[in-house]
Each structure stands twice: as structure tokens, then as C-alpha cells.
Write a protein that binds this ligand. Structure first.
Ligand SMILES: Cc1ncc(COP(=O)(O)O)c(C=O)c1O
Length: 636
């Protein structure tokens, strides 16, 4: 158990970071030992007390999928205990009367009797988190209460632990048989329900080790669970003098009104980004470290080595998950590192169906590296759903979708393609780099994984290379997080921070990118020397209607062809003054390139090659009339 405590505490701390990301259905708060938020308080919490309050609001099944909690809290066990207790407790009036009865002296006996009756972990019923905290005071009575809520090492589920088993476990854990003596130093889990359900119950930490499973019913809806990591120093006086407990006392709840999910912009700025506790910095610090000091062997504050995890990266991953409306996010050192992590889940004999104008680097990875390892590949024009259906094989494991595609701006039906993938038991993966999460959320259309080169719109300032994957399935997360750590394609702290900073302004940038993109596309479409413009916001785009349905706006990426083909394309690309001739995209500054000669060189000579005379623009957020004037003089 002792080893489990930091693990649980760290998971909960990570989960607490997510509170901003996913409010409305789960919030997690820590007890602020000194009344301030953040790292300092948490550090003190580690050495003195750690209390986290998890409130599951209206939708437990979503809360359940919060992967960071998955191994931490057994909501189903708590809910089951609650239901059992409710069945045994009789009328609400009796329950309320019982909860109002003075506790002094009688609490332990009453709970012991109850424990005998229902087989639950004894003594714990009447003590709220408030009293746990109060118990740290010097009052003898309070100390007794603290002892009562302590749980023994290795204890089993509260529903099955008998008093005798509890005693055995307590002795094994070295807690004096006079249970009020030292038990204060053991972790405590408390679950309490609102007055409409039953009085507070508490369950041992061991139950935290089980995975969350969806829980239904009223009990689940009103459930609150709080976790206390109590003192490793055993004297009551070790608590910080000004311990504040008010925030904890409300663990005894009244029903919680489901909160509205914050908007995209709010999430971008706050998800995973609580003010830092040491000095109150409102911006997530760059934790520029490769390793973390441990209190004892294996006892750390949630991070042990920076390839495995870094708080700056954690903040980014939480934020990205929130922006994609996913349950988890993983950050990588580049878009290709993220792509490779997904490809790494494949083995020889597996088959991938991918978009026939997929990003050149993605094609190269599958073609030159994975095909040699025995992974078969079928590029398909994904606008034709029948062709995708035909391409599916029993061995198809991944359907790789890009929409809009790079560089021809094809838009494909993510929902329909995901359905086809799922029918074939394959994963639908969407490279959402071109659209960004502000314009399109593929998970909402049924995709299993969404991938980003965060180098592009999310980073947004052409000053960092990064990648990300977001999803909902905890098993997929586990697999990819394993690969992230095992292969080590992670972003450094500064890179994670830069991407996180970029994400904060994603919404406003995308609005301007889209407005400028639309204006430039419309202007190009009218130009006599321009033979073709690919931009989903133009009504002439073949999938304009689908793009309207699937995307919020149409973004800043477009491509076009001019009379004179490749030569004319190269000439004009070299003549722009504001549009920089450069690879990459999605930054605030406008870029121009000739894909076949630059970004898409890896598909030259293949079916996937874009037209040699195609020019790609990444329309930035400069003054649009300046951009148009620049193109006008370059096209001539
Ligand atoms: C659509 C798309 N996906 C993935 C990538 C690869 O990302 P990175 O360059 O960050 O590795 C790119 C890069 O241009 C891209 O355009």
C-alpha cells in the first residue's frame, strides 16, 4: 500500500489537472494545505496530507473514461457499495436523523455494528472529509475520528472486508491493534453521497487500484469520492498550522448541477493549465529537467524521468485532449513521431488503407519502412466510399484518413469512412493537421484516433516541431503511451510549452486564417491566369457541402494551378515578397511552395504525386489586401 500511495496520489494529481479540461462531468480538487493552489501545496501535501475530491457530476460513463483515473478509482465499487447501503439503510428520514446524531463516543460502536451487519469496512461511515481534516487538530476526539477513517494496507474491497480481515490487514501493516493509535498515517478513501442518497461512506484505498467502469443510476450520479493521503509523519502537530479544510468539507454534498462544458477558447487557455502554486505563475512553467528527486525508492511526486513524463507535457496533453473533445492526448516530438507510434501498433501481415493524397511523409513511412516489415498498403481515393470498401481486407487494421488533404484539399466523409473502418474492425485514424481542432473534431465524427502535426496550426508560430494523438479508448492510449515512452519520440519541455502557448490563440488565429484563406481563394478563382483553385470554402469545390457539414470554417490552406504549369508555378513562388517560399504551414505568416518539388518530393513518380504545377499556400493572418497584392505582382 505504501508504494501505491504516491501512484494514486500522482494519478489523482494528474487527474486534477484535467479538471479544467473536462468540467461539467468531473472535477477534482486538492486540499490546499496552505490555502494556495499548485505545486507548493502539493509538495506539502505529499509530506503531510493529500486530499483530493472527485466529483462525478452527471455523466459517470464519461468520467469513467478519464484514463488517468482509470486505474485509480473504482467508481463502480463505490456505487455498488452505496446501492447496497441504501438498500439496507431504510428511509431517507431515518438516514438524515442518523447523520444528525452526535458522533462523540458512539460513532465507532455504531459503525462497528454496521460493519458486522453489512460486511463493509467498519468505523468509517460517519466521518466526513471535513472530520478527516479536523482530525489533524490536537483535539483528542478529533484524533480518534482520524484513526477511525484510516484504512489498512492491502485491504480488499469495502464491500467484502470483514472486521476480522481488517484487523489482520491492520496488524500486517503495523498499525497498533488499538486502532486509534497510529492509523492516522494511512491513506483514506472516502465516498459520500448527497442527502438524497445515503450518508457518507468510506472505502479503503485498495479500491482505488481498480479500474473505473461505467456506473449507472442515481447513486452514481450523486456520487462524490474523496481521497486522503494522510500524514507520513505521524504526529497530529505535523500538519501545517494554517491547514484549510473548508474546501473539503463540502464533500458532503447536495446534488450537483451539471455544469456546461466550457467553450473551445476557454479550454485552449485553461485546460490543464492551473496557475502554478509556488509563485502563482499563471502560465505553466517549463519544467526543464530530465529527472526528478524521489523521497524514497519508487516514492515520487508523479514524475520520475522526463521521457516518461514532464508536467509541461502533461499540461499540453490535457489541453490537446480537451481541444479534440477526446478523453486523452499524447504529445510527440513531431507529427511523424506521432504517425510512427500509430504505425508501430501494426505487425507483419496487417494491412493499411490510406488516402491517395496523404501527406508525403506519411506515405513514405508506410511505403519505405512498414511495407518492408510486412505491412501491406492500399492507397485509395477516399472520396469514393465504394473504393474504400473494396480496398478493405480481413487484415486491414488502419484506415488512414486526411481531410482536407495535403496539398490537393480533398475533403472526405470522416463519419462514413469511420463506419467502413469499424465494419472491417479497423481503426479510423484522421490526420487533422490541416483543419486543426478548431475547425474539425474527427472524434466527434466517429474516428478512433486523431493525429496532428502540432508544428502547424496548433503551434501556430513556425517556431516548434511537434506532434500529437488524441482519442477516447483507454486501451489505445495505454498502447500508444507505452510506445511514446518506449520509443521515446517525445517533445522536450520547451517544445511542449511552445505548442501549449500556441494552442491558447488557436481559435482567434483560425478565424483569421479562414477569413484570409477565403478571400485569397475567391480572388485567385477570378484571376485569368489561374486555371484551378482547391479550397473547400469555394462553392465550386466538389465537396463544399460536405466541408460545410464537417468543418466549422475552411481554414487557411489552399492550392492552385496557373497557366504555364511547373515553370510558371516555380517562377511565381520565387517572386512573392510577403509569402515566404518555405515548407511547412499553419503559422501566422503566409507561406508559398510547390509541393512536388518541396514537401511532396517523397511521392514523386508515384500515383500519389500532386500535379507538378500545383502551388500551395498557407495563408497567414497578415492584412489580407497585402497578401492579395503580393500574389497579384507575383502571378503578373
Ligand atoms: C498533414 C501532415 N501530417 C503530418 C505531417 C508531419 O508532421 P511533422 O513535420 O511535424 O513531423 C505533416 C508535415 O508537414 C503534414 O502536413
Amino acid at each position: 500500500m505504501a508504494g501505491d500511495v504516491p501512484r494514486v496520489a500522482s494519478k489523482l494529481r494528474r487527474a486534477r489537472l484535467m479538471s479544467g479540461a473536462l468540467p461539467g462531468w468531473i472535477t477534482i480538487r486538492g486540499l490546499r494545505c496552505d490555502g494556495r493552489q499548485g505545486v507548493a501545496a502539493e509538495r506539502r501535501a505529499q509530506s503531510s496530507e493529500y486530499l483530493v475530491d472527485i466529483s462525478c457530476h452527471s455523466d459517470l460513463s464519461r468520467a469513467v473514461a478519464l484514463d488517468d483515473l482509470a486505474a485509480a478509482v473504482d467508481i463502480a465499487a463505490i456505487a455498488a457499495t452505496v446501492r447496497r447501503r441504501r438498500a439496507r439503510r431504510g428511509t431517507r428520514a431515518r438516514r438524515e436523523a442518523a447523520s444528525r446524531r452526535p458522533r462523540r463516543g458512539g460513532g465507532v460502536g455504531r459503525d462497528r455494528a454496521h460493519a458486522r451487519q453489512c460486511g463493509a469496512w467498519p468505523f468509517l461511515r460517519t466521518y466526513s472529509a471535513f472530520s478527516i481534516a479536523r482530525a489533524k487538530s490536537t483535539s483528542r476526539h478529533a484524533r480518534r475520528r482520524a484513526a477511525c477513517i484510516a484504512c489498512p494496507s492491502g485491504s480488499s474491497s469495502p464491500a467484502t472486508m470483514s472486521t476480522r480481515e481488517a484487523g489482520v490487514a491492520r496488524r500486517r501493516a503495523g498499525i497498533a491493534s488499538s486502532r486509534h493509535a497510529k492509523a492516522r498515517s494511512w491513506p483514506v478513501v472516502a465516498a459520500s453521497l448527497c442527502g438524497r442518497c445515503v450518508p457518507p461512506i468510506r472505502i479503503p484505498c485498495a479500491a482505488l487500484q481498480r479500474a473505473i467502469r461505467p456506473s449507472t443510476g442515481r447513486a452514481g450520479r450523486h456520487l462524490r469520492c474523496c481521497v486522503t493521503r494522510s500524514s507520513t509523519r505521524r504526529s497530529a502537530s505535523s500538519l501545517p498550522a494554517n491547514t484549510r479544510i473548508r474546501r473539503v468539507s463540502d464533500t458532503r454534498l447536495v446534488p450537483i448541477a451539471p455544469r456546461k462544458k466550457p467553450g473551445f477558447e476557454t479550454l485552449a487557455i485553461h485546460a490543464g493549465q492551473e496557475p502554478e502554486g509556488l509563485y502563482g505563475a499563471v502560465t505553466v512553467p517549463i519544467f526543464q529537467t530530465s529527472t526528478y528527486a524521489q523521497e524514497a525508492v519508487g516514492k515520487h511526486k508523479g514524475y520520475d524521468y522526463a521521457r516518461t513524463g514532464n508536467p509541461t507535457r502533461t499540461a499540453l496533453e490535457i489541453c490537446l485532449a480537451a481541444l479534440e473533445d477526446g478523453k486523452w492526448g499524447l504529445a510527440f516530438g513531431s507529427g511523424m513521431a506521432a504517425t510512427d507510434a500509430i504505425a508501430h501498433t501494426l505487425s507483419a501481415g496487417d494491412h493499411v488503407v490510406l488516402s491517395d493524397d496523404v501527406y508525403g511523409g506519411t506515405y513514405r513511412l508506410y511505403k519505405r519502412m512498414y511495407e518492408q516489415l510486412g505491412v501491406a498498403l492500399t492507397p485509395v481515393d477516399m472520396r469514393r466510399l465504394d473504393a474504400v470498401r473494396r480496398a478493405m481486407r480481413n487484415s486491414t487494421k488502419v484506415v488512414w484518413i486526411e481531410s482536407p488533404s495535403n496539398p490537393t484539399m480533398k475533403v472526405v466523409d470522416i463519419a462514413a469512412l469511420s463506419e467502413i473502418a469499424h465494419k472491417g474492425k479497423a481503426l479510423a485514424v484522421v490526420d487533422n493537421t490541416f483543419a486543426s481542432p478548431y475547425l474539425q473534431n474527427p472524434l466527434a465524427h466517429g474516428a478512433d484516433l486523431v493525429l496532428h502535426s502540432t508544428t502547424k496550426y496548433i503551434g501556430g508560430h513556425s517556431d516548434v516541431v511537434g506532434g500529437a494523438i488524441a482519442g477516447n479508448d483507454p486501451a489505445l492510449r495505454e498502447r500508444l503511451a507505452y510506445l511514446q515512452n518506449a520509443a521515446g519520440g517525445v517533445p522536450g519541455p520547451l517544445d511542449a510549452w511552445l505548442v501549449l502557448r500556441g494552442a491558447k490563440t488557436l481559435a482567434v488565429r483560425m478565424e483569421r486564417h479562414s477569413a484570409n484563406g477565403q478571400a485569397v481563394a475567391e480572388w485567385l478563382a477570378e484571376h485569368p491566369k489561374v486555371t484551378r483553385v482547391n479550397y473547400p470554402g469555394l462553392t465550386s469545390h466538389p465537396q463544399h457541402a460536405l466541408a460545410r457539414k464537417q468543418m466549422r470554417l475552411f481554414g487557411g490552406m489552399l492550392s492552385f494551378e496557373v497557366r504555364g504549369g511547373e515553370v510558371a508555378a516555380k517562377r511565381l513562388s520565387g517572386r512573392t515578397k510577403i509569402f515566404a517560399l518555405a515548407e511547412s504551414l499553419g503559422g501566422v505568416e503566409s507561406l508559398i511552395e510547390v509541393p512536388l518539388a518541396m514537401t511532396h518530393g517523397s511521392v514523386k513518380g508515384t500515383k500519389l504525386a500532386p500535379p507538378a504545377g500545383l502551388v500551395r499556400l498557407s495563408v497567414g493572418i497578415e492584412t489580407v489586401s497585402d497578401l492579395i497584392a503580393d500574389l497579384a505582382q507575383a502571378i503578373g
